[in-house]
Design a protein around this ligand. Sequence first.
Ligand SMILES: [Zn+2]
Length: 375
Amino acid sequence: MFCGALFTTGLRAQHPQPWNAPARFARPDLDSDEGGLWALMDRQERRLRRSPFVIRDHSLNNYVQDIACRLGGKHCPDIRVHLVRTPLFNASMAPNGMMQVWTGLMLRMENEAQLAAVLGHEIAHYLERHTLERLRDIKSASAFATFVGLFGAAGAIGQLATLAATFGFSRDQERAADRIGVLLMRKAGYDPAEAAKVWGNLLAESKARPDGGGASTLPMFATHPGAEERNETLATLAAEQPGGTTNATTWRERVRPFRSDWLREEIKLGQYEESVSLFTRMIESTPRDAELLAARGEVHRRHGGDRQFDLAVADFRAAEQIGHEPPEVHRGLGMIYRRRGASREARASLKHYLELAPQAPDAPMIRSYLEELGQ
Ligand SMILES: [Zn+2]
């Protein structure tokens, strides 16, 4: 479920209350309202399995599935994680056990515990059957169709924030999911302090927008007063149950082979301020990562403008100095020099790019630029 109301809750610190996970859910009768909903979700899931957006790498899928299983405990056999290639921050869990995790979310997680925080929150909604409660609040057929569509919507991302704000969970449901999510994290051995960091990072990114986050397109994030409060509450919940692991090294190793693709997809979104904010945060934690510097440089370059070109050149040069920089660093430098009329430098950089990436899809275009610059 898209937690559009995630930040609307204005939570107060709560004392831990005893909570026990329910028994595994039996498949509901097909002629009940819940059974009908499950059947629709099953259909969405079949569609999702065939989608070109789904990541089919077994190793990564198993890794994330294992994390979900540690959180879900005895419900593990009912939770099916699908990794979806969509460059936005989102995770959802349908009542039939179909869980979606989007790559924009994966890119933003700094460690395993942070992913566990998001998954734990979604699993909590599932365990508390919040979707069913929401379903029973929905009166019109069109609203119902939209509600169901939320669980299959890889692609129609533009409207999700609005949809999520309309169909999101109630404040009480979000409060409960936060509290239970932290309990699940802790029980699975994760450091619950990472939960507040996830939302803090997301909040910072949203605030970087020119409108200050007012029209955020992040589906799990509808900006409302209370965001900071929610952060504080999660931090308080975590402080009540300190300890646990973050598994940062394992996380980095497992997602590393996929990160280039995710960075590229983020760049393609064309959300200048948010991407700069995200990449800057990532660079701050690993300053000598040439790929991240290259990515931020590329965001500056694509935005254009004299100042942005200067920033791009600085990032590209820094990446080059570190070494093992992606070939795109030299393409980026070459394109900026070309725009600035520095033909000799442009030639050198574009040639360097072609040497490193002779088979690149844009190689023919780069060759034509080189001809135009005079070999
Ligand atoms: Zn939620």
